[in-house]
Design a protein. Structure first.
Length: 253
């Protein structure tokens, strides 16, 4: 979770040729996310001194926004790759079910650990919705995707309404106040970031394909491997980190 926890994922079918540089970029985002969450967990268990404000300190909030942006941009790139390879709706829905199912697990798990700030619409929920919408608008020209993304990024700053402040409507992003939740990645403005990634991926595949398909230095290849299992890593890393810290706390006391 990147909300201060939260993150996006590889949307390409397993049989599709890999784009190692894209995988490595996603892997780098995963490492950054894991470090961020580890710091959050250390703070949650009182191991960081002085205590950190992950919800208000720009040092942490800006990192959170950057990590989410990088993941969503990668998700847009991956969607462009999948569409260019002719990914059928049937394959898309199989991957989508995995992401949506994991989103429900995140909601359930967060409700147990944070009953007053559980995740009703975090990054996985957002990605599940954005991927469907991204496929629907895929026929639009690249410049239209860029323009639409810009509108989505600006709209929540220009107009909000109390109607969108409830847990059942805040997924749109037009809230007058940020909800109390451990992760919040609404449709607006974040779909704009994914649309820019989708447009960039389409442009690169048509004119600069080597940017995505080129080789990697040996030292960076582990990041590509990690980037290919981003959803599994996302689901497992927090339970593992929290379990280790709980065990360490027990041994310490």
């Amino acid at each position: 979770m990147i909300g201060p926890r939260g993150l996006p994922f590889d949307t390409a079918p397993a049989t599709m040729p890999r784009h190692d540089r894209l995988d490595a970029l996603r892997g780098a985002a995963i490492v950054w996310m894991a470090v961020f969450h580890f710091c959050f967990d250390l703070n949650h268990f009182g191991w960081l001194q002085p205590r950190q404000d992950f919800y208000g300190d720009p040092f942490w909030t800006l990192q959170r926004s950057a990590i989410v942006s990088l993941f969503l941009f990668c998700a847009g790139l991956s969607l462009a790759v999948a569409l260019a390879a002719g990914q059928a709706w049937s394959r898309f829905w199989r991957r989508w079910v995995q992401i949506a199912g994991c989103a429900l697990l995140v909601s359930a798990g967060s409700a147990l650990m944070f009953p007053h700030s559980w995740i009703s619409f975090g990054v996985l929920h957002g990605i599940a919705l954005m991927l469907v919408l991204g496929r629907l608008v895929a026929p639009l020209p690249g410049l239209a995707l860029v323009a639409l993304g810009a509108v989505l990024l600006v709209l929540p700053q220009a107009w909000t309404h109390p109607f969108f402040d409830s847990r059942w409507t805040n997924w749109a992003g037009l809230v007058t106040r940020k909800p109390v939740t451990e992760d919040y990645v609404p449709l607006l403005p974040w779909w704009g970031v994914m649309l820019w990634g989708q447009a960039a991926g389409r442009w690169m595949l048509a004119r600069r394909a080597h940017v995505l398909t080129g080789g990697l230095p040996r030292a960076v290849r582990p990041l590509a491997v990690l980037g290919r299992c981003s959803l599994s890593f996302y689901m497992l890393h927090q339970p593992v980190l929290i379990g280790l810290l709980l065990a360490a706390s027990t041994m310490r006391s």
